[in-house]
Write a protein of this length. Sequence first.
Length: 254
Amino acid sequence: MKIAVITGAASGIGAACAAEFAAKKYQVIGVDIQQPVEKPTADVFLEYHTVDLSKMAQIDEFVEKISKTIDHVDVVVNCAGLTIVKPFQQMTEHDFDYVIAVNLKAPFFLTQKLLPLMTRGEYSNRSVVNISSVHATATIPHMASYTASKGGISALTRTLALELAKVKIRVNAVQPGAIQTPMLIEGYRALYSSPDVNLEECIAKDAENIPAGRQGNGKDIANAVLFLANEENSFVTGESLVVDGGFLARLSTK
Ligand code: NAD
């Protein structure tokens, strides 16, 4: 039985990862602060836990609970995340702490606390996949705490790849570009706050700047996560795989 713990499983990329892992015969343990936004098919989740990942006590409680029902974990997908869009000068300590807690501290400690389950029994292929962002490499104004968290998760991915190689666990990241999920829409709403702006038009116009000619979808990222978790790619570790339709590869001429 292959078991995957997937955070952020209620929505967007995490929900797509849960569906795709389940389709590949993984038993999926979903984690999120909210219930699934769209009702998943009955066979997606083995277990589903509502956890506020910004709270260490809830992470502990979650790990304690699943340790009673399962005997190992093969894959951890650290996907839960959020952004707060504000000018640097207006970011409060709470804004900074909350974004870092969910996007960086939770993957750090959830992975640490799941290690006993990840190193249990005989295994040939276990791995962690962190969802970073193109913002770890290049960014835009008003995303300072988010960008810091995503730079952090890509750096954490490299150091954990080195440390966990000793226990035969690979650690990789995916850096998605613009993916059509509730977070992307919220981000546009915050960036283009004027009521005169038509968000759908903005999103469609921005797609023209992506070499692939479109924003991505959850499945585009779930496929990359599955690739990194796949046994056949057992020599891939410490990698941050950019999945952005070519966006970062391009030099702007404007
Ligand atoms: P989303 O808003 O659809 O999903 C994020 C999920 O994280 C939500 O279900 C939310 O409830 C959960 N979450 C937030 N705070 C939480 C908390 N305290 N505890 C537990 N769960 C919590 O957004 P998404 O686009 O699917 O984002 C998933 C990941 O992908 C995030 O890490 C995000 O930074 C990353 N990402 C998204 C994009 C994009 O364009 N959508 C691009 C790059 C990276």
